[in-house]
Ligand binder design. Structure first.
Ligand code: ZN
Length: 299
């Protein structure tokens, strides 16, 4: 396993981690500047932050600062209640993929969606099997487009508490089953990064009794495309926006990183923390400095 204790060479900052400090949206160019000042080499920005600053502006800044993108957040949200909704999702995912290419991201992260309408507070139906089949169809369609542009797609399984409103793919096993279905790997073609893989976010997957085995399964086919870290707090006071800083919770992060690296992953450890009451109440500088320190001591 790589030694992270001496530097932050393999630290990436998911820019949602410092998106809204004390209630004020922090412009993405300011976040990039703060990361560059600290010698942070990789980021993973969110589309809304990129759009607010302008894709061309961010693309230029990424090049100027020499950042790598450990991923681009995010595509997905495939299910819809009608044909127009499905088409809108398809078109939006293609735009997300074009943006990921412009920014030279390592992958486009997919949060696949749940029951249509649920995120807005009113689910159109209760058929999660239908939502899952629309997810599979949506990924299949996007995969063709992604292959043509050589942009890997990373399915991110989300904790089951988000099955209704954010993602009906909830375990690594389920995500890998979709990968196997849509992007079968023959024995002769196991080399190189895959067109379709997974983002392993420990916040969503740490509890899974099959986690180690499924990470190993992903490794056999080079499907680990991204690794996201934060921590699970006890108690957790908000199901979306109370993620902990690495080392403040109950996840054995080094153990899971060891599994992921045993599976062949050698990319960035991406810090992704949504924290309304704690980390979003602090200065960007303090949050980034803490991320760097904990990357060395707790990841
Ligand atoms: Zn994540």
């Amino acid at each position: 396993m790589r030694d992270f204790s001496a530097d932050h060479r393999w630290l990436s900052i998911n820019t949602a981690t410092v998106r809204k400090q004390r209630g004020i949206d922090l412009p993405l160019p300011d976040i990039l500047e703060a990361c560059a000042q600290r010698g942070i080499r990789a980021i993973s920005p969110w589309r809304d932050q990129v759009h607010a600053a302008g894709l061309a502006t961010i693309s230029k800044l990424v090049k100027t600062h020499g950042f790598e993108l450990s991923g681009y957040c995010r595509g997905g949200m495939f299910p819809a209640a009608d044909a127009a909704g499905l088409k809108a999702a398809r078109d939006d995912n293609r735009r997300a993929l074009d943006e990921a290419c412009e920014l030279n991201a390592a992958c486009l992260v997919l949060v696949v969606g749940g029951l249509p309408g649920a995120l807005a507070g009113q689910a159109a139906h209760k058929d999660i099997a239908l939502a899952r089949s629309q997810v599979t169809d949506g990924i299949a369609e996007l995969l063709e487009y992604a292959r043509a542009q050589a942009m890997p797609l990373a399915i991110e399984p989300l904790h089951p508490m988000y099955a209704a409103d954010r993602a009906c793919i909830n375990t690594l096993e389920q995500a890998l089953d979709v990968c196997d279905l849509l992007d079968p790997v023959s024995a002769a073609s196991t080399a190189g990064p895959r067109a379709l893989g997974v983002a392993v976010d420990i916040y969503h997957t740490w509890w899974d009794p099959k986690l180690q085995a499924q990470i190993a399964r992903a490794g056999e086919q080079q499907r680990v495309l991204a690794f996201h870290v934060c921590d699970w707090l006890t108690p957790t006071t908000d199901l979306l926006n109370d993620r902990g800083m690495m080392g403040d919770g109950v996840i054995d992060i080094p153990r899971i990183r060891g599994w992921v690296e045993d599976a062949g992953f050698a990319g960035y450890s991406e810090v992704e923390i949504f924290s309304t009451q704690n980390w979003w109440q602090r200065d960007c500088a303090e949050v980034l400095d803490t991320c760097m320190a904990r990357h060395r001591s707790a990841v």
